[in-house]
Design a protein around this ligand. Structure first.
Ligand code: IMP
Ligand code: MG
Length: 184
């Protein structure tokens, strides 16, 4: 962990209650679109662990049958800037052929991660492939990519909490904060 991450100054951006309300509304839409279908939910680790956990519990309440798996890809070296290349660290274990798939990530930033991950999943010939992100930062896009389901759109700020980290820290925050200073 870097000294910068340890000493970062955080300012709240989305309160826990507002975050849960937004996600509930998002899941209502997903549940309506997939009513009667089994859905294969693929979360991207590590950033989407909290969002995916809340998402699947809410989908359960809508009686949507699920298969849940995770995939680990990496694009970030650890700090605030992306390295630009995406690597597969751990692939999924399940077969997606002919299935309805929902790919879930924490944030859509440059678009490289979701572009890479969705191309990889498309190779398995799912019946449908949709993407869902907790956050969208459209101003940062490098690869043209739009998610089918977006929880919140945020400006070009580095955010942490609810699964998102700064150098491994702050993933546990139940709300979303902005890193306003790296050197305290
Ligand atoms: P992309 O490939 O640039 O779209 O970035 C996606 C990944 O970058 C996300 O899964 C996050 O792990 C990370 N990321 C992008 N923006 C932020 C941020 O503001 N805070 C924390 N992580 C971020
Ligand atoms: Mg991530």
């Amino acid at each position: 962990m870097s000294d910068a991450a340890r000493q970062a100054i955080l300012e709240p951006l989305i309160r826990e209650e507002d975050l849960h309300q937004g996600i509930k509304e998002l899941v209502d839409r997903i549940a309506t679109d997939f009513e009667g279908d089994e859905l294969h939910v693929i979360g991207l680790l590590r950033g989407s662990f909290m969002f995916t956990a809340d998402l699947v519990r809410l989908l359960y309440r809508h009686s949507i049958p699920l298969v849940v798996d995770f995939m680990t890809v990496s694009s970030y070296g650890g700090g605030i800037e992306s390295s630009g290349t995406v690597n597969m660290i751990r692939d999924i274990d399940i077969n997606l052929s002919g299935q309805q798939v929902l790919l879930v990530d924490d944030i859509l930033d440059t678009g490289r991660t979701l572009d890479f991950a969705s191309r990889r999943l498309a190779e398995s010939y799912p019946a449908s492939l949709k993407t869902c992100v907790f956050l969208d930062k459209p101003s940062r896009r490098v690869v043209p990519f739009e998610a089918d389901y977006v929880g919140f759109t945020v400006p070009d700020l580095f955010v942490v909490g609810y699964g998102l980290d700064y150098d491994g820290r702050y993933r546990e925050l139940p709300h979303l904060s902005v890193v306003t200073s790296e050197d305290g």
